[in-house]
Design a protein around this ligand. Structure first.
Ligand SMILES: [Zn+2]
Length: 330
Protein backbone atom coordinates (compact mmCIF):
# COMPACT_ATOMS: atom_id res chain seq x y z
CA UNK A 1 0.00 0.00 0.00
CA UNK A 2 1.14 3.50 -0.77
CA UNK A 3 2.31 5.57 2.20
CA UNK A 4 0.89 9.08 2.68
CA UNK A 5 3.32 11.02 4.84
CA UNK A 6 2.96 14.30 6.70
CA UNK A 7 5.46 16.49 8.50
CA UNK A 8 4.82 19.36 10.89
CA UNK A 9 6.33 22.67 11.88
CA UNK A 10 5.48 25.07 14.69
CA UNK A 11 4.71 28.73 14.11
CA UNK A 12 5.19 31.03 17.12
CA UNK A 13 4.02 34.65 17.26
CA UNK A 14 3.21 37.32 19.85
CA UNK A 15 -0.33 38.67 19.50
CA UNK A 16 -1.20 42.38 19.90
CA UNK A 17 -2.33 41.70 23.50
CA UNK A 18 1.21 40.37 24.24
CA UNK A 19 0.11 36.75 24.59
CA UNK A 20 2.11 34.11 22.79
CA UNK A 21 0.40 31.93 20.21
CA UNK A 22 1.72 28.63 18.92
CA UNK A 23 0.28 26.86 15.91
CA UNK A 24 1.24 23.47 14.49
CA UNK A 25 0.98 23.34 10.72
CA UNK A 26 0.82 20.12 8.70
CA UNK A 27 2.81 19.79 5.49
CA UNK A 28 1.73 17.14 3.00
CA UNK A 29 3.44 16.09 -0.21
CA UNK A 30 1.51 14.47 -3.04
CA UNK A 31 2.97 10.96 -3.40
CA UNK A 32 2.96 11.16 -7.22
CA UNK A 33 3.49 14.78 -8.22
CA UNK A 34 5.49 16.09 -5.23
CA UNK A 35 3.02 18.96 -4.83
CA UNK A 36 3.36 20.56 -1.38
CA UNK A 37 0.34 21.66 0.68
CA UNK A 38 0.51 23.49 4.01
CA UNK A 39 -2.70 22.79 5.93
CA UNK A 40 -3.36 25.56 8.41
CA UNK A 41 -6.03 25.87 11.04
CA UNK A 42 -8.08 29.05 11.34
CA UNK A 43 -9.03 30.97 8.22
CA UNK A 44 -10.00 28.97 5.13
CA UNK A 45 -7.96 31.38 2.93
CA UNK A 46 -10.77 31.17 0.36
CA UNK A 47 -12.28 34.62 -0.31
CA UNK A 48 -16.07 34.62 0.00
CA UNK A 49 -18.52 35.64 -2.70
CA UNK A 50 -19.68 39.20 -2.10
CA UNK A 51 -21.27 40.00 -5.47
CA UNK A 52 -24.96 39.80 -6.31
CA UNK A 53 -24.99 37.24 -9.12
CA UNK A 54 -28.46 38.33 -10.30
CA UNK A 55 -27.14 41.87 -10.86
CA UNK A 56 -24.03 40.64 -12.67
CA UNK A 57 -26.20 38.40 -14.86
CA UNK A 58 -28.55 41.27 -15.74
CA UNK A 59 -25.63 43.56 -16.61
CA UNK A 60 -24.01 41.03 -18.99
CA UNK A 61 -27.16 39.49 -20.49
CA UNK A 62 -27.81 41.94 -23.37
CA UNK A 63 -24.48 41.41 -25.09
CA UNK A 64 -23.88 37.77 -24.17
CA UNK A 65 -22.70 35.70 -27.18
CA UNK A 66 -23.95 32.45 -25.62
CA UNK A 67 -27.58 33.50 -25.05
CA UNK A 68 -30.29 32.22 -27.48
CA UNK A 69 -30.52 35.49 -29.51
CA UNK A 70 -26.86 35.39 -30.54
CA UNK A 71 -25.35 31.90 -30.09
CA UNK A 72 -26.16 30.80 -33.67
CA UNK A 73 -24.88 33.97 -35.32
CA UNK A 74 -21.82 35.16 -33.38
CA UNK A 75 -20.07 31.93 -32.36
CA UNK A 76 -17.60 30.11 -34.62
CA UNK A 77 -18.38 26.68 -36.03
CA UNK A 78 -16.40 23.48 -36.46
CA UNK A 79 -14.94 22.85 -39.92
CA UNK A 80 -17.31 20.59 -41.95
CA UNK A 81 -14.69 17.84 -42.24
CA UNK A 82 -14.93 17.45 -38.45
CA UNK A 83 -18.67 18.06 -37.94
CA UNK A 84 -20.84 18.84 -40.99
CA UNK A 85 -23.42 20.86 -39.03
CA UNK A 86 -20.73 23.02 -37.39
CA UNK A 87 -22.28 22.81 -33.90
CA UNK A 88 -23.09 19.78 -31.76
CA UNK A 89 -26.34 19.79 -29.77
CA UNK A 90 -27.20 17.28 -27.05
CA UNK A 91 -30.23 18.12 -24.92
CA UNK A 92 -29.75 21.78 -23.98
CA UNK A 93 -25.97 21.66 -24.52
CA UNK A 94 -24.45 23.43 -27.54
CA UNK A 95 -20.85 22.82 -28.61
CA UNK A 96 -19.03 25.10 -31.09
CA UNK A 97 -15.50 26.18 -32.00
CA UNK A 98 -13.56 28.43 -29.62
CA UNK A 99 -12.45 31.71 -31.23
CA UNK A 100 -9.26 31.54 -29.15
CA UNK A 101 -6.90 29.10 -30.93
CA UNK A 102 -4.99 27.76 -27.91
CA UNK A 103 -4.95 24.14 -29.14
CA UNK A 104 -5.31 22.30 -32.46
CA UNK A 105 -8.99 21.74 -31.67
CA UNK A 106 -10.45 24.02 -29.00
CA UNK A 107 -14.20 24.11 -28.39
CA UNK A 108 -16.73 25.67 -26.05
CA UNK A 109 -19.79 23.82 -24.74
CA UNK A 110 -22.56 25.93 -23.22
CA UNK A 111 -24.67 23.98 -20.70
CA UNK A 112 -27.79 25.71 -22.03
CA UNK A 113 -28.22 28.94 -24.03
CA UNK A 114 -31.23 29.64 -21.77
CA UNK A 115 -29.15 29.53 -18.59
CA UNK A 116 -27.19 32.80 -18.65
CA UNK A 117 -26.97 32.50 -14.87
CA UNK A 118 -26.24 29.00 -13.64
CA UNK A 119 -25.13 28.88 -10.02
CA UNK A 120 -22.79 26.12 -8.88
CA UNK A 121 -25.64 24.42 -7.00
CA UNK A 122 -27.85 24.55 -10.13
CA UNK A 123 -25.50 22.40 -12.22
CA UNK A 124 -27.82 19.40 -12.42
CA UNK A 125 -26.86 15.88 -13.45
CA UNK A 126 -28.84 16.31 -16.71
CA UNK A 127 -27.14 19.58 -17.70
CA UNK A 128 -23.69 18.13 -16.91
CA UNK A 129 -24.34 14.80 -18.66
CA UNK A 130 -25.59 16.49 -21.85
CA UNK A 131 -22.56 18.79 -21.82
CA UNK A 132 -20.25 15.78 -21.45
CA UNK A 133 -22.06 13.89 -24.25
CA UNK A 134 -21.58 16.80 -26.65
CA UNK A 135 -17.84 16.80 -25.90
CA UNK A 136 -17.60 13.02 -26.30
CA UNK A 137 -19.29 13.31 -29.73
CA UNK A 138 -16.66 15.89 -30.71
CA UNK A 139 -13.80 13.72 -29.41
CA UNK A 140 -15.04 10.76 -31.47
CA UNK A 141 -15.31 12.96 -34.54
CA UNK A 142 -11.75 14.26 -34.05
CA UNK A 143 -10.50 10.72 -33.42
CA UNK A 144 -11.87 9.76 -36.86
CA UNK A 145 -10.80 12.88 -38.78
CA UNK A 146 -7.54 13.88 -37.06
CA UNK A 147 -5.95 10.91 -35.25
CA UNK A 148 -2.82 13.02 -34.68
CA UNK A 149 -4.61 14.98 -31.92
CA UNK A 150 -5.25 12.23 -29.31
CA UNK A 151 -4.62 14.28 -26.13
CA UNK A 152 -8.16 15.25 -25.16
CA UNK A 153 -9.47 17.02 -22.10
CA UNK A 154 -12.61 18.68 -20.77
CA UNK A 155 -12.10 21.80 -18.69
CA UNK A 156 -14.18 24.41 -16.93
CA UNK A 157 -13.61 27.87 -15.53
CA UNK A 158 -16.86 28.70 -13.75
CA UNK A 159 -17.29 32.49 -13.52
CA UNK A 160 -14.61 35.18 -13.53
CA UNK A 161 -12.49 34.28 -10.46
CA UNK A 162 -11.61 30.92 -12.08
CA UNK A 163 -10.53 32.58 -15.33
CA UNK A 164 -13.73 32.64 -17.38
CA UNK A 165 -13.92 35.62 -19.73
CA UNK A 166 -17.64 35.13 -20.46
CA UNK A 167 -20.26 35.16 -17.70
CA UNK A 168 -22.56 32.56 -19.30
CA UNK A 169 -21.47 29.17 -17.82
CA UNK A 170 -19.76 26.76 -20.20
CA UNK A 171 -17.02 24.14 -20.41
CA UNK A 172 -14.14 23.84 -22.86
CA UNK A 173 -12.76 20.90 -24.77
CA UNK A 174 -9.28 20.40 -26.19
CA UNK A 175 -7.79 17.88 -28.65
CA UNK A 176 -4.08 18.38 -29.26
CA UNK A 177 -1.09 16.47 -30.66
CA UNK A 178 0.91 16.84 -27.42
CA UNK A 179 -0.01 16.41 -23.75
CA UNK A 180 -0.26 19.28 -21.31
CA UNK A 181 2.26 18.94 -18.46
CA UNK A 182 -0.57 17.63 -16.24
CA UNK A 183 -1.54 15.03 -18.83
CA UNK A 184 2.12 14.00 -19.13
CA UNK A 185 2.19 13.66 -15.34
CA UNK A 186 -0.96 11.44 -15.42
CA UNK A 187 0.63 9.36 -18.15
CA UNK A 188 3.76 8.83 -16.05
CA UNK A 189 1.84 7.41 -13.07
CA UNK A 190 1.25 3.69 -13.62
CA UNK A 191 -2.46 2.86 -13.36
CA UNK A 192 -1.56 0.21 -10.75
CA UNK A 193 -0.08 2.93 -8.50
CA UNK A 194 -3.30 4.97 -8.68
CA UNK A 195 -5.34 1.86 -7.90
CA UNK A 196 -2.96 1.31 -4.95
CA UNK A 197 -3.66 4.88 -3.78
CA UNK A 198 -7.40 4.26 -4.09
CA UNK A 199 -7.06 1.06 -2.00
CA UNK A 200 -5.16 3.05 0.64
CA UNK A 201 -7.74 5.86 0.68
CA UNK A 202 -10.66 3.43 0.72
CA UNK A 203 -9.13 1.59 3.69
CA UNK A 204 -8.34 4.81 5.57
CA UNK A 205 -11.76 6.29 4.83
CA UNK A 206 -11.12 9.85 6.05
CA UNK A 207 -10.82 11.33 2.53
CA UNK A 208 -12.82 8.68 0.67
CA UNK A 209 -16.00 9.97 -0.99
CA UNK A 210 -17.52 7.19 -3.07
CA UNK A 211 -17.16 4.33 -5.52
CA UNK A 212 -20.05 4.79 -7.93
CA UNK A 213 -19.33 1.63 -9.93
CA UNK A 214 -16.64 2.61 -12.41
CA UNK A 215 -15.57 5.93 -10.90
CA UNK A 216 -13.88 6.42 -7.51
CA UNK A 217 -13.93 9.82 -5.82
CA UNK A 218 -11.55 11.04 -3.14
CA UNK A 219 -10.67 14.32 -1.42
CA UNK A 220 -7.01 15.04 -2.30
CA UNK A 221 -4.40 14.26 0.38
CA UNK A 222 -2.18 17.22 -0.62
CA UNK A 223 -4.68 19.64 -2.20
CA UNK A 224 -3.61 22.13 -4.87
CA UNK A 225 -6.43 24.37 -3.64
CA UNK A 226 -9.48 24.31 -1.37
CA UNK A 227 -11.95 21.50 -2.00
CA UNK A 228 -9.53 19.63 -4.29
CA UNK A 229 -11.42 16.50 -5.39
CA UNK A 230 -10.07 13.72 -7.62
CA UNK A 231 -12.12 11.25 -9.61
CA UNK A 232 -10.48 8.19 -11.15
CA UNK A 233 -11.84 5.92 -13.89
CA UNK A 234 -9.39 2.98 -13.90
CA UNK A 235 -11.02 1.25 -16.89
CA UNK A 236 -10.58 4.24 -19.26
CA UNK A 237 -7.86 6.45 -20.69
CA UNK A 238 -9.59 8.88 -23.04
CA UNK A 239 -12.78 10.92 -22.55
CA UNK A 240 -13.71 9.68 -26.05
CA UNK A 241 -14.39 6.35 -24.27
CA UNK A 242 -17.15 7.82 -22.06
CA UNK A 243 -19.83 5.66 -23.66
CA UNK A 244 -23.30 4.57 -22.59
CA UNK A 245 -24.26 5.67 -19.10
CA UNK A 246 -20.70 6.62 -18.08
CA UNK A 247 -21.51 10.28 -18.76
CA UNK A 248 -24.44 9.93 -16.33
CA UNK A 249 -22.24 8.31 -13.69
CA UNK A 250 -19.63 11.05 -14.08
CA UNK A 251 -22.32 13.75 -14.01
CA UNK A 252 -23.75 12.23 -10.81
CA UNK A 253 -20.38 12.56 -9.06
CA UNK A 254 -19.73 16.08 -10.38
CA UNK A 255 -23.22 17.24 -9.34
CA UNK A 256 -22.57 15.90 -5.84
CA UNK A 257 -19.36 17.90 -5.60
CA UNK A 258 -21.09 21.03 -6.92
CA UNK A 259 -23.78 20.62 -4.26
CA UNK A 260 -21.04 20.40 -1.63
CA UNK A 261 -19.33 23.51 -3.03
CA UNK A 262 -22.66 25.38 -3.05
CA UNK A 263 -23.17 24.39 0.59
CA UNK A 264 -19.78 25.97 1.40
CA UNK A 265 -20.84 29.21 -0.33
CA UNK A 266 -18.49 28.57 -3.29
CA UNK A 267 -19.51 30.34 -6.53
CA UNK A 268 -16.50 29.63 -8.76
CA UNK A 269 -14.42 26.54 -9.52
CA UNK A 270 -12.02 24.96 -11.99
CA UNK A 271 -12.47 21.49 -13.46
CA UNK A 272 -10.18 19.35 -15.60
CA UNK A 273 -10.83 15.89 -17.00
CA UNK A 274 -7.36 14.74 -18.00
CA UNK A 275 -7.59 12.39 -20.95
CA UNK A 276 -4.80 10.24 -22.31
CA UNK A 277 -4.70 8.64 -25.76
CA UNK A 278 -6.68 5.40 -25.97
CA UNK A 279 -4.49 2.35 -25.52
CA UNK A 280 -1.98 4.21 -23.31
CA UNK A 281 -0.25 1.69 -21.05
CA UNK A 282 0.22 3.96 -18.04
CA UNK A 283 -2.12 6.42 -16.44
CA UNK A 284 -5.90 6.44 -16.36
CA UNK A 285 -8.71 8.88 -17.05
CA UNK A 286 -8.86 11.25 -14.11
CA UNK A 287 -10.87 14.24 -13.00
CA UNK A 288 -9.90 17.12 -10.73
CA UNK A 289 -11.89 20.02 -9.33
CA UNK A 290 -10.90 22.87 -7.08
CA UNK A 291 -12.77 25.80 -5.51
CA UNK A 292 -11.81 29.33 -6.47
CA UNK A 293 -12.36 32.72 -4.86
CA UNK A 294 -15.94 33.89 -4.65
CA UNK A 295 -17.33 36.31 -7.19
CA UNK A 296 -16.84 39.77 -5.76
CA UNK A 297 -16.59 43.38 -6.91
CA UNK A 298 -13.32 43.79 -4.98
CA UNK A 299 -11.99 40.46 -6.06
CA UNK A 300 -9.01 38.89 -4.32
CA UNK A 301 -7.47 35.87 -6.01
CA UNK A 302 -7.04 32.72 -3.98
CA UNK A 303 -3.88 32.04 -6.03
CA UNK A 304 -1.00 33.93 -4.39
CA UNK A 305 2.75 34.03 -5.05
CA UNK A 306 3.02 30.76 -3.11
CA UNK A 307 0.62 28.88 -5.41
CA UNK A 308 1.58 30.51 -8.71
CA UNK A 309 5.34 30.97 -8.36
CA UNK A 310 6.39 28.54 -5.62
CA UNK A 311 4.04 25.73 -6.72
CA UNK A 312 2.75 25.12 -3.18
CA UNK A 313 -0.64 25.53 -1.56
CA UNK A 314 -1.68 27.10 1.72
CA UNK A 315 -5.25 26.27 2.67
CA UNK A 316 -7.44 26.23 5.73
CA UNK A 317 -9.91 23.84 4.11
CA UNK A 318 -9.10 20.44 5.57
CA UNK A 319 -9.37 17.60 3.03
CA UNK A 320 -10.89 15.41 5.75
CA UNK A 321 -13.53 17.99 6.76
CA UNK A 322 -14.37 18.52 3.10
CA UNK A 323 -14.77 14.76 2.59
CA UNK A 324 -17.12 14.67 5.59
CA UNK A 325 -19.39 17.21 3.88
CA UNK A 326 -19.13 15.78 0.35
CA UNK A 327 -19.67 12.11 1.19
CA UNK A 328 -23.38 12.50 1.83
CA UNK A 329 -23.92 13.96 -1.67
CA UNK A 330 -23.09 10.71 -3.45
ZN1 LIG B 1 -25.78 34.46 -21.84
Amino acid sequence: MIELRSSFYDNEIVLPDATRRSRRVEVRIDPFTGHVAHLISGPSMLPDSAANLDELAAASRDTCPFCPERIDTVTATLPPEIWPGGRIRVGDAVLFANLVPYARHAVVTVYSPNRHLLRVGELSEKLIADNLRAQVALFKAVRASDPDAPWMSINANHLAPSGSSIFHPHTQGICHPDPSPAQRECDAIPAADTVDLLDTERASGSRWLADTGRICWVSAFAPVGPGDVRGYIPSLRSPAQLDGDLCDELAHGLAGIFQTYAGMGVTSFNLAIYGLPEGTAGGLLSVQLVCRSGVSEYYRSDVTSLEWLHGMTVTGVSPENFAEQARSQF
